[in-house]
Design a protein around this ligand. Structure first.
Ligand SMILES: [Cu+2]
Length: 470
């Protein structure tokens, strides 16, 4: 008893640091940053409670010049915001799903020891927030991602980011730190095809990306967006790979990595490295000192991805020449991904609120808009679905057989085996966050499009099913 009291007193006086830093003292809000910025190093010498607020947003942004894409994001951009905590910290995680979103989402942090990396505890419907806590036991650089069904699709749409659990003793001091994350995208149109491009499930399953990019879009790290540093400085890159499919052969043209913390672990496991592998769902940390002014080019050295699919970034280094290290013709190389430049698109911000609908024509239009925004991603623009993944709505016997059941599918989602036109499907259709007008409109639309012919669905019918389902 006396000993317990004594150790308590010693701690309270703050004199005992060694062995005591597992104890949680105080609390703070995590600083979250958008790539390529990294939150500042942690100078604390003790563990604390860290509160993380991460908001999921479904946003329309550019994937390449003139090419738009509906990204699902952690924090409003791809990749997700960088989270930095210290080994031993107690992390209180709040995942917010913005009310304008249509899909449920969650988060699996590879830094978490526990079921699904937090996925089960964080499944969140639009307009809701989930909270869970974990102790950041294991230092390292970890990927986090959404793990809501269909998981591949949520990741393919941009739902990944990095969390750094800094070791207790901290990381060696460097002059600059940057956040870079590679990923691959799958669009209906070919690379560079202008306009709003829907996700292409078939290409994703075949692992044939149209885009492989750093930090969420072609050009996110080139030209004006290039990383900047000076001769004489040492830089550290925290590099993640969100996939969903490609393994990265990460290389910086014109530089050698002095040190590599392989696979994002805490040990420098190799020095003097030209190209380092980053698994899908993995990371690496590289450090190098800058000796010569130049524009260094970050690439995935699976090189067609760099020059034809977008996997190019730049690090512009200014300062004095060092002819002893490199003398020769100098200047900025301009690397342009071939075939990337397309004219700008008029921005089409389709109204997302349900209008007070009267005529059947307007009603169909409203339904068509909901379909394009929400359903086409899975059931495809032509309503024909994707074999073995998303059932067809075009001439669907399942859809047309039972109006009440189809309303329920839209209100409640659907999972478990079903048969549509003789083909078996066993996937998950998420519970979508649609208004009664949206449900009635989109059902009227799909029941009278793609070769279907049926009677309209009214708001009253939807209301009645909703009341019954409760
Ligand atoms: Cu998600």
């Amino acid at each position: 008893m006396f000993l317990v009291l004594l150790s308590f007193l010693v701690t309270a006086c703050g004199r005992d640091d060694a062995g005591k830093d597992a104890e949680i003292r105080g609390e703070e809000k995590a600083v979250l940053t958008h790539a390529p910025a990294v939150p500042p190093p942690i100078s604390r010498k003790h563990a604390t409670k860290v509160i993380v607020d991460l908001e999921v947003r479904e946003v329309l942004q550019e994937l390449a010049p003139g090419v738009q894409y509906t990204f699902w994001t952690f924090g409003g951009k791809v990749p997700g915001q960088f989270i930095r905590v210290r080994e031993g910290d107690l992390v209180e995680f709040h995942l917010h799903n913005h009310p304008d979103n249509k899909m449920p989402h969650n988060i699996d942090l590879h830094a978490v020891t526990g079921p699904g990396g937090g996925a089960e505890a964080s499944l969140t419907a639009p307009g809701h927030s989930s909270t869970f806590s974990f102790t950041a036991k294991n230092p390292g650089l970890y990927v986090y991602h959404c793990a809501t069904a269909p998981v591949g699709m949520h990741i393919a749409n941009g739902m990944y980011g990095l969390i750094l659990v800094e070791p207790k003793e901290g990381l060696p001091k460097v002059d600059r730190e940057f956040y870079v994350m590679q990923s691959d995208f799958y669009t209906k149109g070919r690379h560079g095809e202008a306009g709003l491009q829907p996700f292409d499930m078939e290409k994703a399953i075949q692992e044939h990306p149209d885009y492989v990019v750093f930090n969420g879009s072609v050009g996110a790290l080139t030209g004006e967006n290039a990383l900047q540093a000076k001769v004489g400085e040492t830089v550290r890159l925290f590099v993640g790979n969100g996939g969903p499919n490609m393994v990265s052969s990460f290389h910086v043209i014109g530089e050698i990595f002095d040190r590599v913390y392989g696979e994002g672990g805490v040990k420098v496991n190799q020095e003097q490295v030209q190209t380092t592998l980053i698994p899908s769902g993995g990371s690496t940390v590289v450090e190098f000192k800058l000796d010569v002014p130049a524009t260094y080019i970050l690439v995935d050295h699976s090189i067609f991805r760099a020059f034809n699919k977008g996997a190019i970034g730049m690090l512009k280094v200014s300062g004095d020449d060092h002819p002893a290290i490199f003398s020769g013709k100098q200047g900025d190389l301009t690397y342009q991904p071939e075939g990337g430049a397309i004219q700008a698109m008029p921005d089409d911000k389709a109204a997302d609120k349900a209008p007070v609908v009267q005529s059947r024509e307007e009603w169909m239009k409203h339904g068509a808009r909901v379909y394009a925004q929400v359903c086409a991603a899975c059931h495809q623009v032509d309503g024909k679905g994707v074999p073995q993944a998303f059932p067809p709505l075009a001439k669907s016997d399942f859809l047309m057989a039972d109006k009440g059941r189809s309303i329920d599918v839209l209100l409640q989602g659907l999972q478990g085996p079903i048969t549509v036109n003789g083909e078996k499907y066993d996937g998950v259709m998420p519970k979508l966050d649609l208004s009664d007008a949206d449900v009635a409109g989109v059902l009227t639309y799909i029941r009278n499009s793609f070769g279907n012919a049926g009677d309209p669905v009214t708001v009253e019918e939807v209301k009645a099913r909703r009341a019954k389902g409760k």
